[in-house]
Ligand binder design. Sequence first.
Ligand code: THG
Length: 368
Amino acid sequence: MFAISPSARLRPSPFFDATVEAGVAAFTVYNRTLLPTGYGDPDAEYWRLLKGVAMWDVAAERQIELYGPDAGRLAQILAPRDLDKCVVGQGKYVALCNHAGTLINDPIVLKLAEDRYWFSIADSSILFWARAIAVERALDVEVFEADVSPLAVQGPKAEDVVASIFGDWVRELKYFWFKPSEIEGIPVAVARSGWSKQGGFEIYLMDRTKGTELWNIVAEAGKPFDIGPGNPNQNERIESGLLSYGGDTDDTTNPFEVGLGRYVDLDVPDYVIGVEALRQIKEEGPKRHQLGCILEGDEPTDPPSVWFDMHRPDGRRIGDLTNCVWSRRLEKNIGFALVETAAQPGDAVVVKKDGKDVPGKLVELPFI
Ligand code: THG
């Protein structure tokens, strides 16, 4: 294999040393940050998330901060979702779009104060976007990347672990809500969130010099629950139907095509970027939609993560299989189909994969 050369452009995660100590085996690059993708035992990492508790470094989900008198106004201009009733301490999942209604990121928006928001972003450069819009709309707001790094604790036992560190108040947190806190002098915010359907929390580290300390506090508290390291788990998130922006979307994807329509409010004011295009797309009906696809055969295949052409059995191309993983619960290879809307659950398809025609069937999402 090959190594990735360090550079000042490739930012370290505050948890980097701790993940190396924990035996990290692979990284990807996300928001110009190294993101751990495995510790060498994918079976154990999967079942730990399903049955117990896993902790993982998601410092790569960077926080774009909007700070100043017009922060709320800028947040609403950027987000085609009604933020009017969003209160301090609340987070909302947002389908960020450009003027054409094309998805450009899918952040969680956290309201820290009336004049302070974080956009906890997926992998695209929202800093430049938000700054440009702020200037174009003559807003009184600063836009910068806050050096704040989420550490995920996920799985059915995550709540017990996080409650044992911070107290039982974390059990009352609603989904995507968060609260600033402190542990052994380390400033954090504790949120109920995370990129899995197994439940859990994200601890946002606000002092980057304390990454190893925070990692060790969680690892220690998790010991009675058999905690171990994990990663944003592709197998679980595909079974659960969670979207990967940039993984399952391309340069023309709109929110309605990939199941994010339920997070779009079309009655926000016209000044919200993309809303006019989104209304039109909604009226005309999206041209593609996202379904599940179950492939024939029971030989596990896991990434390389590339898109595969998807056809009808008669050879006509209908779209793409945007990912493909082995489902340990279904014991099948599964993936997301991004296909023309005429293609429906139950339809037979053929996937052009590894030089072969692999038969498959379209199904509703989520798989499980
Ligand atoms: N953590 C943080 N920021 C992030 C991500 C993260 N920003 C980008 C990306 N990941 C956001 N993606 C998602 C997508 C879905 C969910 C969480 C993050 C999710 N959705 C639930 C669902 O689909 O059922 C609930 C959504 C709802 O009902 O509002 O959990 O991982 N910090």
